[in-house]
Every structure is written in structure tokens, then in C-alpha cells.
Design a protein around this ligand. Structure first.
Ligand SMILES: CC(C)(COP(=O)(O)OP(=O)(O)OC[C@H]1O[C@@H](n2cnc3c(N)ncnc32)[C@H](O)[C@@H]1OP(=O)(O)O)[C@@H](O)C(=O)NCCC(=O)NCCS
Length: 247
């Protein structure tokens, strides 16, 4: 404990700075940013916002019993809290990121629409250790986390998460609100429909199409197309239940 290992990639000199110090930093060329969602995903994002040149100034969460997990950054509750904060903020150019993971792509997309309508800008975030091919397209509000890899001519929509160590190979298409879990591997040409979650460590074989609102279980091997609204898992992955039926 207590030993810091310095990350070895260009521009990483100031990377290992705790999140509270990042929030205090004067050097924030990308300006102020707020997070919607104050739990685990907020910690993940707060950890590298400073390295991208953002200053984290506020967090919002609908859970009224939640307190800020990020030292020095206040947490406000719901849209009432958001409007109170907005009324006291003198900066009209604030970015935001939605810190909500899991299978909540519809919530992420909806919150993104609402905050854009309030005049904030959806930040597109890629961790300094992530690789994103120059020919890939990444939509507003998407997050590419530590050590993830997004290959040539991949296309990511809005509010997509490519989680830590996940791989999205060439020509893959991730529609709005998709979440690729930690360590999942999507081979070339895979297409994932709106708001689907591919669980941690799952593998999706080349050119497979996964429909919208699907959950692919952790560790699954998806060998053929998956229809909308299904939960699939196992190797080979098979449909276990329909999400529509359980709603
Ligand atoms: C697939 C998943 C959605 C199933 O959830 P569920 O429908 O609530 O299923 P349950 O937890 O009730 O489990 C039902 C059975 O399936 C098994 N099971 C659950 N997930 C499994 C998986 N990924 N692979 C193999 N078996 C699984 C359980 O062990 C259980 O078996 P049993 O009936 O013999 O006890 C969930 O387990 C999962 O893998 N989610 C992905 C989470 C993730 O990776 N998130 C990344 C976000 S960071």
C-alpha cells in the first residue's frame, strides 16, 4: 500500500492525481464538467476527468439518501437539485457525462437528451490508456474506459459505454445506449442494437447481430444472431428469457 506506480504513456505525468485534487486543478482546458449518477460509474469517470483536462464541479443523482463519494465535489438530488445548482453557476458552457452503467442504456439516452435540452454539452470521454482507431466514429456522450480498444471503422452511437479492457473490433456498430462490459470481446463486424448490454468477459463472434434491449450474460459466447429483448448466456449462448415478458 502507498506505493504509486506511474503510468507509462505519453502525457501521463500528472495522471496519478487523486480525484479530489483533479477537481481543484486550475489547469482545466476542457472546462467544467458535471456527472449525472453518483455511485460506482461516477468514481470510474472522476478518476480520469482531470487527465482529460476537465474540472469536475458537481454530481447529480435521483437517490435522495446518497452523499457525494468524490471528495470536494458536491452532490445534488434530482432535477430540482440540478436547477438550483444551475441558478448559482456562472459558467454557461458546462459539459456533462452520464455515470450510469449496467443495462440502463435507455436511462442514459434519456438523461442525455434532457441535459442537452438544458444547454449542457455531452462530453465524449476516452481514458488516456484506451485505443480508439482514427477511422472509428464515436458519438456524443460515449465513454471508452481504461485499456479498451475500438478498432478501425467501428461506429459508436450516442451514450455508449465501452468498459475497461473491452475490445470492439473493426467495422463493429454499437447503437445508442449500448454498454459493452469489462473485458468483453466483439469481433469484427458485430452489430449491437440500441441499449443492449454485453456482459463482462462475453465474446461475440464475427458479423453477429444482436438486437436492441438484449442482455448478453457475463462470459457468454454468442455464436449467432440474437433477437430483440432477450437475455442470453452460456457457451454457446442461448435465449433464457425475454425482458419484455418481465417488464
Ligand atoms: C445473464 C444475467 C443477466 C442473468 O440474470 P438473471 O436472469 O437474473 O439470472 P439469475 O441470476 O436468476 O440466474 C439464473 C441461473 O443462471 C445462471 N447464470 C446467471 N448468469 C449466468 C451467466 N452469465 N452465465 C452462466 N450462467 C449464468 C445462474 O447461476 C442461475 O443458475 P441456477 O438456476 O442453476 O442457480 C446475469 O447473470 C449476467 O450475467 N449479467 C451481466 C452482468 C454484467 O456483466 N454486467 C457488466 C456491467 S459492468
Amino acid at each position: 500500500m502507498g506505493r504509486q506506480v506511474r503510468a507509462a504513456y505519453p502525457g501521463s505525468d500528472n495522471y496519478l492525481v487523486s480525484a479530489d485534487k483533479q477537481a481543484d486543478r486550475n489547469n482545466a482546458p476542457n472546462g467544467d464538467i458535471v456527472l449525472w449518477g453518483g455511485t460506482g460509474q461516477a468514481k470510474v469517470l472522476a478518476e480520469f476527468l482531470g487527465a482529460l483536462g476537465y474540472r469536475l464541479v458537481a454530481i447529480f443523482d435521483n437517490n435522495k439518501s446518497l452523499r457525494s463519494l468524490i471528495k470536494g465535489v458536491p452532490l445534488y438530488h434530482g432535477f430540482d437539485g440540478f436547477r438550483n445548482w444551475r441558478a448559482t453557476s456562472d459558467n454557461p458552457n458546462v459539459s456533462f457525462s452520464i455515470a450510469i452503467g449496467g443495462a440502463r442504456g435507455r436511462d442514459r439516452s434519456e438523461l442525455q437528451r434532457r441535459l442537452e435540452a438544458e444547454g449542457l454539452t455531452a462530453a465524449t470521454l476516452a481514458h488516456p490508456t484506451a485505443f480508439v482507431a482514427g477511422s472509428a466514429k464515436v458519438g456524443p456522450g460515449s465513454q471508452i474506459l481504461a485499456l479498451a480498444c475500438v478498432g478501425a471503422e467501428a461506429t459508436l452511437g450516442r451514450a455508449v459505454i465501452v468498459n475497461g479492457r473491452a475490445g470492439v473490433d473493426h467495422d463493429a456498430v454499437l447503437e445508442d445506449g449500448v454498454h459493452i462490459g469489462p473485458g468483453a470481446t466483439l469481433a469484427g463486424g458485430v452489430h449491437v442494437g440500441e441499449c443492449s448490454l454485453v456482459g463482462a468477459g462475453a465474446v461475440v463472434l464475427p458479423n453477429v447481430t444482436i438486437g436492441p434491449d438484449v442482455i448478453v450474460g457475463a462470459g457468454a459466447v454468442v455464436t449467432k444472431d440474437v433477437g430483440p429483448g432477450l437475455v442470453v448466456y452460456g457457451n454457446p449462448a442461448t435465449a433464457r428469457r425475454s425482458l419484455a415478458a418481465s417488464r
